[in-house]
Design a protein around this ligand. Structure first.
Ligand SMILES: [Zn+2]
Length: 390
């Protein structure tokens, strides 16, 4: 048994919102080419997904919405359901393309549930903004929520979802806001300053599920050290206390300092450090069971391919040294399509991923977010919000 599964098929590139839209599938293509050129995928079979059926989409979406998505390419201008907007333009075969994204994350979940793999990665997934009844934030169907719902039916009754995208994981939180079996944790840029405008620390869950939603709203310009400090101050304690059987992570890379749509200031090195933390967390808490999906990321040439190559490599235990030069065959290929692109030289931005643990008496803007989040949710888990040992 391979301990890790990589889900990929070039058919996933059909999720294409059109010329000029930031959610450009070239980022997936360039990632797979870079991972291949670096040898990360040597001897790794790629698992080809199938389209998710309506039965699985109905887990988290309404029948009305599915019908609207199906009909959208043939319908008039007023489709509703968040479709046909600048963020979520209608494109040909959008139902099939979005269903394939869901099928690809489901395949990763299935590999783990059936014991065929301990970990699985699907960089095409992570459409975390899609809501029950509407498209949002470039997302049509919520693959993360469908996969979590499916895992619940397989007998997993404690699932931890950790979302490291720069935007709040609102669709996934919304799907399980009243379900104590799913712990959703999102670290993101503060909702005052960024779409979707939710993800405050006071959002903790409802109806007996209080404490099952966790939000860490980080100030703009937060760097690797601040992000990692906040992560360590909040996530390991809660996840360890929750004792999930599986870890699902949305690994959007729009938290990078060069991302054109947001204002956090992480580096590719910070992303690599995050993936290693998530892997260690799964090894410690879920016997290694870890389903990782992609998400946002709009610096298409310089950032996403390197960050997600590190993600795939981390899942496969084929970690890539940050100082590794970018292979000429990859940079040549990028220059063929983007002759003026200034590409980095290595798999690193030279970022400093050292950080000091929370609880050292500092009280900067990151620490205020940490404190608010800990005070909102730690007591609901029997943890002391003011004791750094918890
Ligand atoms: Zn995002």
């Amino acid at each position: 048994m391979s301990p890790s599964a990589v889900v990929w098929d070039s058919a996933l590139l059909a999720y294409d919102m059109g010329e000029g839209h930031p959610f450009n599938p070239v980022r997936l293509h360039l990632t797979m080419r870079l991972a291949t050129a670096l040898g990360v995928l040597d001897d790794v079979p790629l698992l080809c997904p199938e389209t998710a059926g309506a039965g699985d989409l109905y887990r988290v979406h309404s029948a009305d919405y599915l019908e609207a998505v199906r009909q959208a390419p043939m319908a008039g201008w007023d489709v509703g359901h968040g479709l046909g907007t600048d963020d979520n333009p209608i494109f040909a075969d959008m139902h099939d393309a979005a269903s394939l994204v869901v099928g690809s994350t489901l395949l990763g979940a299935r590999c783990i549930a059936e014991g065929r793999a301990q970990r699985a990665v699907n960089i095409a997934g992570g459409h975390h903004h899609a809501m029950r009844d509407r498209a949002a934030g470039f997302c049509v169907y919520n693959d993360c929520a469908v996969a979590i719902s499916w895992l619940l039916d397989q007998g997993y009754d404690r699932i931890a979802y950790v979302d490291t995208d720069v935007h709040h994981g609102d669709g996934v939180q919304s799907a399980f806001f009243g379900d104590p079996r799913v712990l959703t944790v999102s670290l993101h840029q503060h909702p005052f300053t960024l779409f979707p405008g939710t993800g405050y620390s006071a959002e903790v869950g409802v109806d007996g599920a209080e404490g099952s939603a966790v939000n860490v709203p980080l100030p703009p310009a937060t760097k690797d050290a601040g992000w990692l400090r906040a992560f360590h101050a909040v996530v390991p304690s809660l996840v360890e206390e929750f004792r999930p059987q599986i870890l699902v992570t949305q690994c959007g890379v729009d938290s990078h300092e060069e991302d054109p749509l947001a204002d956090l200031s992480l580096t590719v090195d910070g992303h690599r450090a995050i993936y290693r933390e998530l892997r260690a967390l799964a090894d410690r808490v879920t016997e290694g069971r870890w389903l990782a999906v992609g998400g946002g990321g709009y610096q298409l040439l310089r950032v996403v391919p390197r960050s997600w190559t590190h993600l795939i490599a981390t899942v496969l235990d084929h970690d890539v040294d940050p100082d590794t030069p970018l292979p000429a065959e990859w940079t040549d290929m990028v220059h063929d399509v983007a002759p003026s692109a200034e590409l980095p030289l290595t798999m690193s931005d030279g970022g400093d991923t050292g950080y000091s643990p929370w609880g050292d008496g500092m009280d900067d803007a990151v620490d205020i977010a940490v404190r608010d989040t800990r005070r909102a949710v730690f007591p609901l888990h029997g943890l002391d919000p003011d004791d750094p040992r918890d």
